[in-house]
Design a protein around this ligand. Structure first.
Ligand code: 13P
Length: 253
């Protein structure tokens, strides 16, 4: 079975102490995860070592960065490289979140480089894609997401593509409380899987975890995750509340 993943994206929220407290509360639940289940916490850079220390002894719990830069090293003040993440044993990195694409102008090409640097350093990219409301309103979402995947991912080998986690996050559903319906999520996830199968093969498509993100909550996670092509979620707001994220981890298939 594909990996089913509940991924928290804290974004730029919580102090260090609040982050510690939140992780402690979640870990105190002792939720035992199956071989095919993962709980991943994408925390701000200054909290990575703390989170890693708390999570590393727990089976199938992992720490993620929220971004890394598209250069190996050098005079790029304020940036963080994939190699730096590797050096503190970080296993995942969110890339191409719509907030990064919008506010920091990250292009599909720059993201392709970031994905490569992560893979070179043994870090699993959680690659985000998803359309705006205006694109959905004219029914152009499938082509839009296909272009994002084509320009950032589809030049990788089959061996590499299998190492990537994809997160479909329709922008109109992020932080709005307006979740995609189960049908909308399933439809896009099946489409993403079909284009991977077309570009690579069905085996590769079947092995890649595709997460849904956009107003995943404690009360809708189970229904969303029950769709055959939805392999868990990338969760913003609800990941900041221990009880809510605990419920979301428990909702994994
Ligand atoms: P919300 O869960 O707050 O809608 O955020 C989703 C998201 O952007 C996760 O990366």
């Amino acid at each position: 079975m594909r990996q089913q993943i509940a991924a928290a994206n804290w974004k730029m929220n919580l102090t260090y102490q609040q982050g510690e407290e939140l992780l402690d509360k979640i870990l105190k639940e002792n939720i035992s995860l199956g071989e095919h289940q993962q709980a991943v916490f994408a925390v701000p850079f200054p909290y990575l070592s703390m989170a890693h220390q708390k999570l590393s002894g727990k089976k199938n719990y992992a720490t993620s960065a929220q971004n890394c830069y598209d250069q190996k090293a050098g005079a790029f003040t304020g940036e963080v490289s994939a190699e730096m993440l590797k050096s503190i044993n970080i296993r995942y990195c969110v890339l191409g979140h719509s907030e990064r694409r919008e506010y920091f102008h990250e292009s599909n090409q720059s993201l392709a480089t970031r994905v490569k640097l992560c893979l070179d350093n043994g870090i699993t990219p959680i690659f985000c894609c998803g359309e705006t409301l205006s694109i959905r309103e004219v029914g152009a979402q499938e082509g839009y997401v296909e272009t994002q995947l084509m320009e950032s991912l589809f030049h990788f080998s089959e061996e590499d593509i299998r190492k990537i986690v994809i997160a479909y996050e329709p922008i109109w559903a992020i932080g709005t409380g307006k979740t995609a319906t189960v049908e909308q999520a399933q439809e896009m996830h099946a489409h993403i899987r079909a284009i991977i199968a077309k570009k690579y093969d069905q085996n590769a498509a079947d092995s890649i975890s595709i997460l849904y993100g956009g107003s995943v909550k404690a009360n809708n996670a189970k229904e969303l995750f029950s769709s055959p092509d939805v392999d868990g979620g990338l969760v913003g707001g609800a990941s900041l509340v221990a009880a809510d994220f605990i419920a979301i981890i428990r909702a994994l298939k």
